[in-house]
Design a binder for this molecule. Structure first.
Ligand SMILES: [Zn+2]
Length: 189
């Protein structure tokens, strides 16, 4: 099942990837509608990340689906709405307890290594990353620049990296330019 999972640009921020999961399944359906759909979507999210970022345990069960939905609701409210204390508590807790960090290690020959330290399985550590990213969006002022894709039928939210970047994807920009062109032709003829 092809999911829309941004791998680059301003909508690739983990917190927005989670918010955009609401329209990431085919026909703009919710990628967190059920366990099977969520598992396939999370596979797509994980495979867009560098190897080792989330460990090997990428399974989604009923409990981790609940967690994904809970954090999505909290992040959505914080970034796009008037936040409530309960949402802040969810994000702060995942940031503190689950966000992956870097640690130092020695390999078999005593050489210094930097290694990803994961606090929990795939979904949980990714939600930690999401929480940290959500806090960073508020701290950096990125929250104030969040906007919806300029294609009227598209509900993907993004942080434009440049003032001119208003579309979530080249495909959306192309579609909108083409329909403007066709409208222009229709009014001229
Ligand atoms: Zn779009």
């Amino acid at each position: 099942m092809p999911f829309r999972v941004a791998t680059e640009g301003g909508e690739a921020r983990p917190s927005l990837v989670l918010v955009n999961s609401a329209v990431a399944a085919p026909d703009d359906a919710d990628a967190l509608a059920d366990v099977d759909t969520a598992a396939a979507w999370f596979d797509a999210v994980a495979s867009a990340l560098p190897p080792g970022e989330l460990g090997d345990d990428l399974g989604v069960d009923a409990e981790s689906l609940d967690a994904l939905r809970q954090v999505r609701g909290a992040v959505r409210q914080i970034l796009l709405d008037r936040p409530r204390a309960s949402s802040l508590a969810v994000v702060n807790r995942y940031d503190t307890e689950s966000a992956p960090s870097w640690g130092l290690d020695l390999d078999g020959r005593g050489e210094l290594q930097v290694r990803r330290r994961l606090w929990g399985p795939g979904v949980e550590s990714w939600l930690g990353t999401v929480a940290a990213d959500c806090i960073d969006l508020v701290r950096s002022g990125g929250r104030d620049r969040i906007t919806t894709c300029a294609t009227p039928t598209c509900q993907v939210v993004l942080v434009p990296e440049h003032h001119r970047r208003r579309y979530c994807s080249p495909a959306c920009a192309h579609r909108t330019r083409q329909s403007r062109y066709q409208q222009g032709r229709a009014t001229r003829s």
